[in-house]
Design a protein around this ligand. Structure first.
Ligand SMILES: Cc1cc2nc3c(=O)[nH]c(=O)nc-3n(C[C@H](O)[C@H](O)[C@H](O)COP(=O)(O)O)c2cc1C
Length: 143
């Protein structure tokens, strides 16, 4: 079970992913840190950075550019099986919007959204949900 994630300098997503306890790979923040290429099916955990676009119309890009770059690689994109998004309920209808965009573009289920670094309850639900549905989601690495 591989978790691929992006997390900015505030590291909320990293802390959530660490608590899940599955093998993980981080999408680099800086271009100079190179490119992440994955070789097995994964669930993507992505924070939302649209700035409440539905209300402000200021930023219509809820998915961080680093994540767009990662998914623009056709090989990486072919291995995504599900998406989970982080966000902040202050953003109302745009809470966790990045997951909706990625789900629609990559044709994978949006399985969970959580706030900031997630609660213990979020961690339990996601852990148990991924383990119980790994086969159905196609998250098992083929030999
Ligand atoms: C500039 C900015 C814009 C954001 N826009 C949204 C948003 O549109 N919807 C949402 O749910 N959360 C939004 N957030 C909240 C982040 O998704 C949240 O803080 C997340 O935990 C950040 O994860 P990270 O620390 O791993 O980067 C925004 C945060 C910032 C700083």
């Amino acid at each position: 079970m591989l978790v691929v994630y992006y997390s900015s300098a505030t590291e909320n997503t990293r802390r959530f992913v660490d608590k899940l306890g599955f093998p993980s790979a981080r999408i680099p923040i800086r271009r100079t840190d190179g490119e992440l290429i994955v070789d097995e099916p994964y669930v993507l955990v992505c924070p939302t950075y649209g700035g409440g676009a539905s209300i402000s119309h200021q930023n219509t890009r809820p998915v961080p550019p680093q994540v767009i770059k990662f998914l623009n690689n056709a090989h990486n994109r072919s291995l995504i099986r599900a998406v989970i998004s982080g966000g902040n309920t202050n953003f109302g209808t745009d809470f966790g919007k990045a997951g909706e965009v990625i789900s629609a573009k990559c044709h994978v289920p949006y399985v969970y959204r959580y706030e900031l670094l997630g609660t213990e309850e979020d961690v339990r639900i996601v852990r148990e949900g991924l383990l119980a549905n790994a086969d159905k989601l196609g998250l098992i690495k083929q030999p």
